[in-house]
Design a protein around this ligand. Structure first.
Ligand code: 5GP
Ligand code: MG
Ligand code: MG
Length: 176
């Protein structure tokens, strides 16, 4: 068990399980994008660890870009999603959005809106973690690493008020 700020978290997903999920997604993308050069669009800050891990497993050509949006405060998702770092030069490209986690899907809906405005050639969504009970949006997730229950997690890029992103495995909030 670990303590971050005022809350306790218990070990939930091991390094090895994460590595396997990343490898599975990398090989699925390789199969789907043979002969193409997709742009991996990482969503900061949380996806940095996933982008780093995935890009090292991916053996085809790819470009790596980042965008930054913000919707989370503390352990609760809020509806107002803001764009803090926008996308550039994606017109006509095959984009794969890389998300750390899809929860309510508000962030994803905003990103999809932006990609459509940018007139990308195609886009798909890859997420390392997914909370199916919390997701209420229409868009299909193309590549899913690990499905998890609707509980707050930290580690492997995911933070609790700024801390925990550097943890190499994932921890789940311990209920009192
Ligand atoms: P959504 O818009 O799908 O509700 O979630 C947007 C973002 O909130 C995610 O990309 C992630 O950065 C953050 N988030 C969602 N669920 C969790 C969680 O369980 N733990 C942490 N640390 N962040 C989360
Ligand atoms: Mg995120
Ligand atoms: Mg956060």
């Amino acid at each position: 068990m670990i303590k971050i700020h005022d809350l306790f978290f218990k070990p939930f997903i091991s390094k090895q399980e994460i590595a396997e999920a990343v490898k599975k997604i990398a090989s699925q993308i390789e199969e789907d994008y043979q002969g193409k050069t997709p742009v991996f669009l990482g969503v900061l800050n949380g996806a940095f660890a996933f982008v780093a891990a995935l890009s090292k497993e991916y053996t085809g050509d790819c470009e790596i870009e980042f965008t930054k949006l913000s919707s989370y405060q503390g352990t609760q998702s809020t509806k107002a999603v803001q764009s803090l770092i926008g996308v550039e030069n994606l017109r006509g490209r095959d984009v794969i959005v890389l998300e750390d986690i899809v929860d309510t899907g508000h962030t994803l809906t905003k990103i999809i809106e932006i990609l459509k405005e940018e007139e990308v050639a195609s886009f798909k969504i890859a997420t390392l973690f997914y909370k199916p009970e919390a997701y209420h949006e229409a868009h299909t997730l193309d590549y899913i690493g690990i499905k998890i229950p609707n509980k707050f997690i930290v580690g492997f890029g995911l933070d609790y008020d700024g801390l925990g992103r550097n943890l190499p495995e994932v921890y789940q909030l311990k209920e009192k």
